[in-house]
Design a protein around this ligand. Structure first.
Ligand code: DQA
Length: 149
């Protein structure tokens, strides 16, 4: 059975491609999803990519990933990264490793983006590599499998 990796995307990431392309690049979330599904096939990983503008949906999906015994969650929580203690608590509540991803490098941007509530409870963080960061995260998830260590 293929391992499951859930790729959860938070607010405004549905607008990728048209949203501040000079910051976030030209790829749409559909482009990213298609590339990840392809990459996942080669790695024998089922990729389930979702996006929501609602904090509670992201929390419900983290719980679902826990319930389904996912190999990993790749999480770009968007601006909730910087505000949501509820998301941090949800990550702590599940046994699934969470890989935090950002297209931009928040550490090189405004002060209010420097704090992440996700990073202290994440397995690792990939930021600043644009859409390619998702591919790096899926590769990291694949290497978490016993057989790939
Ligand atoms: C982001 C960075 C966040 O600061 C911002 O609020 C986003 C996107 C990124 O992928 O670079 O919505 O998570």
């Amino acid at each position: 059975m293929a391992a499951l990796v859930m790729v959860l995307n938070g607010p405004n990431l549905n607008l990728l491609g048209t949203r501040e392309p000079e910051v976030y690049g030209a790829a749409t979330l559909d482009d990213i999803a298609a590339a990840l599904v392809n990459q996942g096939k080669a790695l024998e990983i089922e990729v389930d990519l979702r996006q929501s503008n609602h904090e509670g949906h992201l929390i419900d999906w983290l719980h679902e990933a826990g319930g389904r015994g996912a190999l990993a969650v790749i999480l770009n929580a968007g601006a909730y990264t910087h505000t949501s203690i509820a998301l941090r608590d949800a990550i702590k509540a599940i046994a699934v490793p969470v890989i935090e991803v950002h297209l931009s490098n928040p550490a090189a941007r405004e002060q209010f983006r420097h704090r992440s509530h996700v990073s202290p409870v994440a397995a690792g963080v990939i930021q600043g590599f644009g859409a390619h960061g998702y591919a790096l995260a899926l590769d990291a998830a694949a290497r978490m499998r016993q057989s790939d260590r």
